[in-house]
Design a protein around this ligand. Structure first.
Ligand code: PHE
Length: 373
């Protein structure tokens, strides 16, 4: 049998294949041209060149074409078509991607006139707020800020402040002692007064500073927390007398409580580092269970104060015959409670975010040394 002769069914097959090639090529090109989105185009790509796409399937069939010439011709055409389809897809893809980007740029603009969505905002803790307020007020009266460490030693916290060894504040149940014994014994400072000693020993008079900071005592009940805050006020200069102390405190209290008049009472008291010493009470009324600062029947203690004891000056190498001064110390939480009507001291340290949202202050309203109150 002549091997050049082909069977009829084979010729049929061959022509079906090449017919399909021609027909499908035209269809694919037309569909690619008409595609309107990159998704549609991707679907077309899979349909044509994907794993089970038309050209991939056809490739397997090509090998079966019996006529060598025909197989060659179809193979060549197949290769050309597949390459052209791939190229058409590429061109169209770029075109569509560009169009889609243009549409997005046109439609996805940011409307700058929309109201901004508010970000959650933190609050300033009343302790911080009151320290800032007092610092701003007293800096107007010429006080600068001084600082000392929270971990103090016996010498600065007690000895140099003329506090005798027998003083109750020095007992274990009043003070948090850390390591060490004897003179080097360390402790958490029980008040901000050691800053007096540190500042005087580091410089020369005159002095006029405040020292805000944390203080610690072995105490915990409704009106005491183991950590609290104080602000020390301190002035050393020539010819300073109690009149200066009284007027400074009076001016400060009026400004702090934002009142034209705050009645004050300087009640004789005792501190080892001041002589004479006094406790300052402010007038208030408690009508209907509501506390009001200002003129009234009642008095409320707000700070300790006095003229700096000669021994304290001598302990820091300052001649008490040449220099005199006064000191005062107040509790920050107590002043915050009075000014802002916060009823319970312990809530200051509960770290309750709801409490802070309620009693806290907006960050941008915080006073500072430049803007004042
Ligand atoms: N340091 C004293 C206290 O903590 C307060 C005080 C300071 C009293 C300055 C007088 C002068 O109680």
């Amino acid at each position: 049998m002549d091997s050049g002769l082909r069977r009829n069914d084979e010729i049929m097959n061959d022509s079906i294949l090449s017919g399909q090639l021609i027909e499908q090529f035209a269809v694919f090109v037309a569909r690619i041209t008409a595609a309107t989105s990159t998704e549609e185009l991707e679907a077309l790509r899979l349909e044509a060149l994907g794993k089970s796409g038309f050209y991939t399937r056809l490739k397997k069939e090509l090998g079966k074409i019996a006529d060598i010439e025909e197989r060659k011709k179809s193979g060549q055409r197949f290769n050309e078509d597949a390459a052209r389809i791939e190229n058409e897809l590429k061109i169209k893809k770029e075109e569509l991607a560009k169009k889609e980007m243009e549409v997005r740029l046109r439609t996805e603009t940011v409307d700058v006139t929309l109201p901004a969505r508010l970000a959650p905002q933190g609050k300033i803790h009343p302790v911080t707020q009151v320290i800032e307020e007092i610092t701003a007020l007293l800096s107007d009266l010429g006080f600068v800020v001084a600082e000392g460490p929270d971990i103090e030693d016996d010498e600065h916290n007690f000895d140099k402040l003329n506090i005798p060894a027998s003083h109750p504040a020095r007992q274990m149940h009043d003070t948090f002692y850390l390591q060490g014994n004897g003179a080097g014994k360390t402790l958490l400072r029980t008040h901000t007064s050691p800053v007096q000693i540190r500042t005087m020993r580091a410089g020369k008079p005159p002095f006029r500073f405040i020292a805000p900071g944390s203080t610690y005592r072995c105490d915990s009940d409704i009106t005491h927390t183991p950590m609290f805050h104080q602000i020390e006020g301190f002035v050393i200069d020539k010819n300073i007398h109690m009149g200066h102390l009284k007027s400074t405190i009076n001016e400060f209290l009026k400004a702090f409580f934002e009142l034209d008049e705050v009645p004050t009472r300087f009640r004789p008291s005792f501190f080892p580092f001041t002589e004479p010493s006094a406790e300052v009470d402010i007038g208030c009324s408690r009508a209907n269970g509501e506390l009001k600062i200002g003129a009234g029947q009642d008095w409320l203690e707000v700070m300790g104060c006095g003229m700096v004891h000669a021994n304290v000056l001598k302990n820091c190498g300052i001649d008490p015959n040449e220099w005199q001064g006064f000191a005062f110390g107040m509790g920050v939480e107590r002043l915050a409670m009075l000014k802002y009507g916060i009823p319970d001291l312990r809530t200051f340290f509960d770290s309750d975010a709801r409490w802070l949202q309620h009693y806290g202050f907006d960050p941008l309203n915080i006073p500072n040394l430049v803007s004042g109150l």
